[in-house]
Structures are given as structure tokens and as C-alpha cells.
Ligand binder design. Structure first.
Ligand code: CDP
Length: 220
């Protein structure tokens, strides 16, 4: 029986990763790490510094200045940049949502986050969590290819776009998927060996129950 469990959840835009991961964190006392919020926080910071997604050299120069930290709030890990947690309304706003996939496609941006993301497991252990559930696009393929469990959440693109509309959030779901799946570095893929879950016709509780059963089995 593993003493500390790492669960990876990947999937496209608005596929239900965050709600599912949050619920699993509550159910099993896992730290919930939303790596999308990390890419969003970096995007917000770069935009705040006046940088655009096509200013590659300036972005590369700015990256080493960004000092990352982690604040644990309840069961959620929040990224600090220079000691500041970028507020949620800012990272979920339309400007960041439109730019994030472009910044996330820059290999140096991904490299800047690699060790930090892996280090979140130590943060979870240090805080006494039973494990960590980390969600994103490349968690099961690149960040934790040896995670105890790796899931990929699928949902029909129309169902996902509808979810965002119901939340009242402007989001080009299909366009973000296209950018994320076609970039050269760590694209969104179903990692070999990952468990593929289609949530188009499942509600949140059903998805959480499905994943919970497999996690409970691992925990013995
Ligand atoms: O809005 P949603 O929850 O679907 O997306 P998110 O998880 O907040 O991620 C925002 C964006 O960050 C994605 O569209 C990707 O471009 C990027 N991302 C990534 O490239 N790799 C990750 N591991 C997580 C997010």
C-alpha cells in the first residue's frame, strides 16, 4: 500500500478536472494542485508587466525574475509569484484566458514550471496530506509519468462549451484545445496507460465516484 498517493488528472478545457480534483482532495485528504492556475498566474504576471505572447525574447528574460512559492489554503495549493498570490478573478478573467495557451506553448515557460510542479509533492507531504491530486494537460505524460493513478477526462466539446456558458465565462474552449494539443512541447495527449473517462453523459458525482473507487482500491 503506498504511503503517499499521487493522482494525475489531465484533460481538455472545461472537461471537469478542477471540480473533480477538488472533490477528490476533500474525500481523501489530498492536496489539490491545479497546474492550469499556475499557467494562468504566470500569464497574469507577464501581462501585468506589459509583455505580449509574441515577445519571445522579453518573455524569456522575464522568467528568471519570477520567484515561485506555494501557499496552502485548506486543501488547495496556490502559487505565489514574488510572495503574491494572483487573485482568482484576475487569473480567470478573459484577458488571461485568451492568452494563457499562447504563453503555455513557449518551451521556456514550461521549463520554468517543471521542477516547481514536481516539488508540490513535497509541499503536500510536509503539510501532512495523504496524497496529492494534480490536474493539468501533461501531468500523466511529463510531470508525473509514474503517478500511482493517471486519468484523462474527456467530454464532448459542445458539452464543455455549454458548461462555460452556464458559468457565464467567455472561453474559446475548442480553440484552446487546438492550441494545447498541437504545440510541440508537452502537448495535451492521452498518455499511454492513462485511464480514459468520458464525462459527456456523467454528472460530477458520477465522475468522482468512478475515480474514487480506483483510488480507494490503491489505498487498500
Ligand atoms: O479553464 P480550464 O480549467 O479548462 O484550463 P486550465 O486548467 O485553467 O488551464 C489553462 C491553460 O493552461 C490551458 O488551456 C493550457 O494552455 C495551459 N496548461 C498547460 O499547458 N499545461 C498544464 N499542465 C495546465 C494548463
Amino acid at each position: 500500500m503506498p504511503s503517499f498517493l499521487i493522482v494525475a488528472i489531465d484533460g481538455g478545457a472545461a472537461s471537469g478536472k478542477s471540480s473533480t480534483s477538488r472533490a477528490l482532495g476533500e474525500r481523501f485528504n489530498f492536496l489539490h494542485v491545479d497546474t492550469g492556475s499556475y499557467y494562468r498566474a504566470i500569464t497574469a504576471e507577464l501581462l501585468r508587466r506589459g509583455l505580449r505572447t509574441d515577445q519571445l525574447d522579453a518573455v524569456k528574460t522575464a522568467l528568471p525574475d519570477l520567484i515561485f512559492g506555494t501557499r496552502v489554503e485548506g486543501r488547495a495549493a496556490r502559487m505565489e509569484i514574488g510572495g503574491r498570490v494572483v487573485p482568482e478573478p484576475e487569473i480567470r478573467g478573459p484577458g488571461v484566458t485568451a492568452a494563457v495557451s499562447h504563453f503555455a506553448a513557449i518551451p521556456e515557460v514550461r521549463a520554468a514550471l517543471l521542477a516547481y510542479q514536481r516539488g508540490q509533492a513535497e509541499v503536500a507531504r510536509a503539510h501532512g496530506f495523504r496524497g496529492m491530486v494534480m490536474e493539468g494537460r501533461d501531468i500523466g505524460s511529463v510531470i508525473f509519468p509514474n503517478a500511482d493513478l493517471r486519468f484523462f477526462l474527456h467530454a464532448d466539446v459542445e458539452a464543455r462549451a455549454r458548461r462555460r456558458e452556464l458559468e457565464g465565462r467567455a472561453d474559446a474552449v475548442a480553440e484552446r484545445d487546438r492550441l494545447d494539443a498541437t504545440r510541440k512541447t508537452s502537448p495535451l495527449v492521452l498518455a499511454s496507460g492513462a485511464i480514459d473517462i468520458d464525462s459527456t453523459y456523467l454528472n460530477l458525482e458520477q465522475v468522482v465516484d468512478k475515480l474514487s473507487a480506483l483510488i480507494a482500491e490503491k489505498l487498500g
